[in-house]
Design a binder for this molecule. Sequence first.
Ligand SMILES: C[S@@+](CC[C@H](N)C(=O)[O-])C[C@H]1O[C@@H](n2cnc3c(N)ncnc32)[C@H](O)[C@@H]1O
Length: 233
Amino acid sequence: MSHERIASTFDEWAKSGRGENMEYGHGDVVAQALEQLDIRAGSQVLDLGCGIGWATRLLAGSAPGVQAIGIDVSPSMVAEAEKLSSLRIRARYEVGSFEKLDFKDGKFELVFSMEALYYAPDLAKALSEIARVLKPGGRAEVIVDCYAGRPTTADWPEAVGLSLQVLSEKEWRAAFTAAGFAEVDSERLIDRRGAGKEADFTPGSCFGEFKAYQDYHDAGSLWIRASMAPAAS
Ligand SMILES: C[S@@+](CC[C@H](N)C(=O)[O-])C[C@H]1O[C@@H](n2cnc3c(N)ncnc32)[C@H](O)[C@@H]1O
């Protein structure tokens, strides 16, 4: 699948307000991750697939002097992110692809990504780029909602109209290890707001009935936590 196709799909999402919907939908899981990340003052942070940049801004505000850069292949998402930005925090946004990161080797302490990496047409290349731009001892903190074994996600590529890398937890861990990460862990994050009430549920292309959404919710988001080896002393 081409980056142009992905960009045009997400340009449409940005124009129809789905960037803000994602901020709400992904907000609690990202908040849980940020509570545990312990980002150091002055860190350089990259947010891959930043959408309208809400998580980039949270990362930038997470400790004094943090500089966060959001990358997204969709120019409309990046334009929305720029509109929402504030001069009070050190966040900026660039149009770019996961597979060709325009940064020097070892620039970042942390690469974060929420619900984006499985869109990579070349996942192995994207992971090797993440490893390249991380400092020794740097961390990749990647969260995905669509993974093999989670109820309904096998139907998502058709629903979204894009080809997705629907990997199992074991396959995600193996992919990070193959890209050169020294330590790879994973866990689940379950949205603390719950699945909601059946009476409020509206069927859509991903969830035809409330039970399917409830099972999906209960399985949780997959959080892959990978670190590069520290510098040799
Ligand atoms: C589901 S959205 C998530 C956006 C944001 N992280 C959030 O939680 O609101 C996935 C984002 O990844 C971007 N994306 C997908 N494939 C990409 C690629 N190969 N390179 C850069 N960005 C990509 C899309 O344009 C889209 O904005």
